[in-house]
Design a protein around this ligand. Sequence first.
Ligand SMILES: Cc1cc2nc3c(=O)[nH]c(=O)nc-3n(C[C@H](O)[C@H](O)[C@H](O)COP(=O)(O)O)c2cc1C
Length: 312
Amino acid sequence: MKEGRLPPICSKGIRVLCQTGLIVVSLIPLAVKDVFADVTTNRWASGSQILFVKDMRGNEMIENTKLYETIFKRKSIREYDLTPLDEHTLAEIMAHTNALKPLYDDIKIEMKLLSQKDVKGLFLAKAPHYLAVFSETKDGYLTNVGFMLQQMDLFFSANGMGSCWQGMPKPTKEILNRSKLEFVILLAFGKPKEKLHRESVSEFKRKPLREITDIKGADELLEPARLAPSAMNRQQWFFTGGASAIHAYRAKSSFLTAFMFERMSKISVGIAICHVWIAAKHFGKEVEFISDKEAQKHPPSGHEYVITIKIK
Ligand SMILES: Cc1cc2nc3c(=O)[nH]c(=O)nc-3n(C[C@H](O)[C@H](O)[C@H](O)COP(=O)(O)O)c2cc1C
């Protein structure tokens, strides 16, 4: 059973119960398995190059335009051809993880390439491969992981591969023990066994733009944020400010649900911010991420401040 696709018999209550699997998962005894590759990305070397890498076996691999276009058709893929991808492709993928742009460049991140035997948990999408992200636990680290790993989600989709965020499954204990950093989340990926892309934006189940922003005149940047994937499709983000300084906020979870949803919603808001960044770059804008004291002091009701996206 997969998130976002529970059968009709699953009421909202049962769905919430299902989410507690997150905790149960950590109690499941886990087996010992291999890791293909480890990549540490604690520095983003040379400006915004990640989105403009080309050439995978002579083919154009990825361009910003392609990532931007992919925002409007990507979807979570949960059915995979379980045949492993070839080593060259996996090496290219791991090289790409090393070039991702972080939201905060002082947070150390590790990405591990895992196979199915390395991961366990409820609602696991069976895929030939998984990217596991580990991070230092500095302020904003979960949002930073969302921002970075979404670049991989779009990268896969733009290059004919499927992917799906995996909020509940975890790597085996053996693999967890191999990192000094905190395990954050998995992204399943591989050759899709279902349709890779949506045919039109109308196929996205998302809130209307007016429910996620009160900014006028920045639809070209905020529509991509609206389409961003989020844990349980909760879309807990709100944007205020104006077209040149977009303040990003996250809807706070209630006291009762915070322990289940807070981590995932912090990751998710990073994904929406990633879509704003990609759109801004697509339209030739310079982007700077700053902390704005005034915006921090005046969040919309029920929200907490995340970051300000300055568009120049
Ligand atoms: C942080 C995060 C965690 C997620 N966890 C799961 C998961 O455990 N299982 C799953 O099938 N989908 C998971 N998803 C995928 C969401 O259900 C999906 O993105 C959302 O329903 C929107 O659908 P779409 O990605 O097809 O546009 C997760 C997404 C995010 C962003």
